[in-house]
Design a protein around this ligand. Structure first.
Ligand code: PLP
Length: 422
């Protein structure tokens, strides 16, 4: 029976039972931080051989670059080739950076603010800069905007990606809309894969600002754990066809492929954008950590090596996502209280609690020892208009810890819902 339809005395009985069960769990004193999408130990261990793969005397890349030395501003060719295959573009469209793609995004926004896009008028001198922010979305994208006082305009996510009617209307009418965050494959947190139609409409945008940029964050492009890797149209090629060759800036990294603290990141764009980026890199650094790139090249060898590794990764991650789905279904299915997505890849399960309950649920979980991502974090300015979205990140805990944490989570959802229903 749906809880909304239940008579008050029955709800009271349910509440008393749920509260007792919750207090029992709380007394067990679990301590678990599930606030971020962090790879678990088993996932990291898959790449442990990388720690010793460069034996003494192994510092020359296959092409002969001395990776100990300065230089190689845009990465060693073999690392560029691997990224090019992952992103289905040409190696000369790739610039390899340090370990973090988020740092490359931050850097790109910072430079556009202070120096403009391709040496144009700095964004910050043109007025109040605005970014479109699909929501729920990745909190760190929003933090970058907040840091630079960029106004964030939330765009509703649909099953096909961001609401494109809204995107087209805003981008084409307002020259201060300078950017948009996109996580096209297994979006954070919804696990949404943009439909072909969405990608094509995105490529064909007619921005009012000629310095508008699409921040195409391909963080999870090879992170399918159930079913094949999704194939979406190639944004770089589609933008070329639509007459927007310089609009997309693509980002990717090995943070959730090899080691989150010691991966390799890259960005990709048109040749002409790469030219500008290279000029700036020259000012910024005398070269990236090429030994880490060499480690990756030796360990993965090529695209096929990366994909074989990701298949092993999927086998580790899949049972955790299945466990989350099973517990949610068992404890909350059919009650008419909540909805959640069933992603085929990525790092998160996006959970929509009864309206007005997300903050309460996160706080009940915390009291019982389970730290979740803050309620609201998936929306610009931390403001979830319905206070209902919670990001569940199942990868870090062990299966046993995850089971306990999810049981506490479901008890907290039930308790918060009963509090509002009574
Ligand atoms: N982009 C998205 C969508 C993410 O979810 C994350 C990490 O959670 C990142 C980027 C961070 O990437 P990196 O570790 O390469 O900085």
């Amino acid at each position: 029976m749906k809880w909304m339809e239940m008579p008050k005395p029955e709800l009271k009985k349910l509440f008393d039972g749920t509260l007792a069960a919750y207090e029992g769990r709380k007394a067990k004193g679990l301590k678990l931080n599930m606030s971020r999408g962090v790879p678990g130990r088993e996932q990291l261990a898959l790449s442990n051989d990388m720690l010793t793969i460069l034996g003494e005397g192994d510092y020359l890349s296959p092409g002969g670059t001395d990776c100990r030395n300065y230089g190689g501003l845009e990465g060693i060719p073999e690392m560029k080739a691997i990224f090019a295959d992952i992103l289905d573009i040409r190696p000369d469209e790739v610039i390899v950076g340090g370990n973090s793609s988020l740092a490359m995004m931050f850097d790109n926004v910072a430079v556009n603010m202070s120096h403009g896009v391709r040496d144009g008028e700095p964004w910050m001198r043109q007025g109040r800069v605005k970014f479109l922010c699909p929501a729920p979305g990745y909190d760190r994208h929003f933090t970058i905007c907040e840091y630079f006082h960029i106004e964030m305009i939330p765009v509703q996510m649909t099953g096909d990606g961001p609401d494109m009617d809204m995107v087209e209307a805003l981008v084409s009418s307002d020259p201060m809309v300078k950017g948009m965050w996109c996580v096209p494959v297994f979006s954070n947190p919804e696990g949404c894969v943009y439909s072909d139609g969405t990608v094509l409409r995105m490529a064909a945008l007619k921005p009012a600002a000629d310095d508008f940029r699409l921040y195409w964050d391909n963080a999870y492009t090879i992170h399918n754990f159930s079913g094949p890797r999704p194939a979406i149209p190639n944004i770089l090629r589609e933008c070329e066809k639509a007459g927007n060759p310089n609009m997309p800036l693509i980002f990717a990294s090995f943070s959730k492929v090899s080691m989150a603290g010691a991966g390799v990141a890259a960005m990709a764009s048109s040749l002409s954008n790469c030219e500008y980026i290279r000029k700036r890199f020259f000012v910024q650094t005398i070269g990236p950590d090429k030994l880490n790139q060499l480690r990756h090249v030796r360990f993965f060898k090529n695209f096929e090596g990366v994909m074989a590794h990701m298949a092993k990764m999927a086998d580790i991650v899949r049972p955790k996502f299945e466990l989350v789905q099973n517990i949610l279904q068992k404890e909350l299915g059919g009650l008419g209280l909540a909805e959640w997505n069933v992603p085929a890849g990525g790092y998160f399960v996006s959970f929509n609690a009864p309206r007005g309950c997300a903050k309460r649920i996160v706080s009940l979980c915390k009291e019982a020892g389970v730290i979740l991502t803050g309620a609201g974090a998936t929306f610009p300015y931390g403001r979830d208009p319905w206070d209902r979205n919670i990001r569940i990140a199942p990868t870090y805990p062990s299966l046993d810890e995850l089971r306990e944490a999810m049981e506490i989570f479901c008890l907290s959802v039930r308790l918060a819902a009963l509090e509002t229903l009574m």
